[in-house]
Design a protein around this ligand. Structure first.
Ligand SMILES: CC(C)(COP(=O)(O)OP(=O)(O)OC[C@H]1O[C@@H](n2cnc3c(N)ncnc32)[C@H](O)[C@@H]1OP(=O)(O)O)[C@@H](O)C(=O)NCCC(=O)NCCS
Length: 333
């Protein structure tokens, strides 16, 4: 019996932040320039007091209301987030209670960003294949604006917020083998320097500094866009090659490529470098931005709704980013 993806639902926070609003703050960038560079016109962002758990809960309720499964039949919750409600306990435990999932379910958070969906599929497939669980609820929920300084144009233009809920179990769209990778030497390229045990928050860490037209402090998210770009073009083509080899498939055998929706500039570059025909490369982020761990499930759901997925199609998924961390797999629809 195939272990696979049985259903996906997602949610976006109500509040929308447009390029027009951002261009009013960053006067050297016009709305058109942001759109041309990133492929993003707007992104959804949480309101004050709205957390990743709230988005994850809404996405999970949508999944339950679709009738595909009831909360009582979920026996494992995996939650990927880098903006948990608390340092501890793990947000997945809180969601077990809020969603009415039985106390016999396992639950934990894992701290990954743009590669998290692929890792979540790998963990979920592993749990089902060894019989620890039958129905895994994989939640990917992110609220990076909690970490972003409002005057940091490098990150604020790119990231948006969302949550996705994916049900993994027997008889779904089969999840294949994985190519996973890690390069921790890139830790400083995408980081919130303070707030952990290494550098506790203090007056010193809250001190703002200017960097290339952006303002932030060590309490905020920092991204070295060029480093992240260089890392991605170095590892993603190889990861695609590796995962194709694991399945004995050629590039031409893949019906649709669904990559982490980082930004248009990066996706265009990767598509050309790997030599993927435009019509087989899914990009859909103009109205939502880079939603970190939620980009791949949202893209899959949107591709399905647009009729782009057909029975038997091979869909290659690849996620890459903060860590550095990356992973690819192939789904048979
Ligand atoms: C962020 C990124 C798009 C910037 O592209 P870049 O070409 O390296 O940008 P540079 O800083 O060299 O600037 C080149 C031009 O683009 C502009 N630019 C850069 N980022 C921009 C943005 N977010 N919006 C609008 N314009 C932008 C610069 O102002 C500059 O314009 P100019 O030529 O008129 O002076 C690119 O580095 C990238 O894709 N990095 C990966 C980031 C990412 O996806 N992170 C998510 C984690 S997975």
């Amino acid at each position: 019996m195939d272990i696979g993806i049985k259903a996906i639902e997602y949610t976006l926070p109500e509040k929308v932040l447009t390029n027009e609003e951002l261009a009013q703050i960053y006067d050297s960038w016009t709305p058109e320039k942001i759109l041309t560079k990133t492929g993003i016109a707007a992104r959804h962002v949480v309101s004050e007091g709205e957390c990743a758990s709230d988005l994850a809960e809404t996405a999970a309720i949508k999944l339950f209301e679709s009738g595909v499964i009831s909360p009582k039949d979920i026996d494992f919750i995996l939650l990927a987030t880098q903006s948990p409600d608390y340092q501890l306990p793990t947000t997945a435990c809180i969601l077990q209670d809020r969603l009415g999932i039985p106390q016999t379910a396992g639950a934990f958070d894992f701290n990954l960003g743009c590669s998290a969906y692929i890792y979540g599929l790998a963990i979920a497939k592993g749990l089902v294949s060894i019989g620890v669980a039958q129905n895994v609820l994989l939640l990917t929920a992110e609220t990076y604006t909690k970490h972003i300084h409002r005057l940091d144009k490098s990150t604020r233009t790119i990231f948006g917020e969302a949550a996705a809920a994916t049900l993994i179990g027997h008889n779904g769209h089969a999840i294949g083998d994985f190519d996973l990778g890690t390069d921790g030497s890139g830790k400083n390229a995408l980081i919130i320097p303070s707030g952990g045990a290494r550098l506790p928050r203090s007056e010193a860490t809250a001190k703002e500094y200017e960097d290339n037209g952006s303002i932030r402090s060590q309490d905020n998210l920092f991204m070295d866009g060029a480093e992240v770009f260089n890392f991605s073009i170095r590892v993603v083509p190889q990861s695609v090659k590796n995962v194709l080899e694991k399945h004995n498939l050629a590039l031409a055998d893949i019906d649709l490529f669904v990559f982490h929706q980082a930004n248009k500039f990066m996706l265009d570059y990767l598509r050309k470098k790997i030599n993927i025909p435009r019509e087989k490369f899914y990009v859909n982020m103009q109205d939502i931005g880079n939603t970190v761990s939620a980009t791949i499930p949202i893209a899959l759901k949107r591709a399905e709704e647009e009729g782009r997925l057909h029975k038997g199609d091979k869909i290659l998924l690849s996620g890459f980013g903060v860590g550095f961390s990356w992973g690819s797999t192939i789904i048979t629809y």
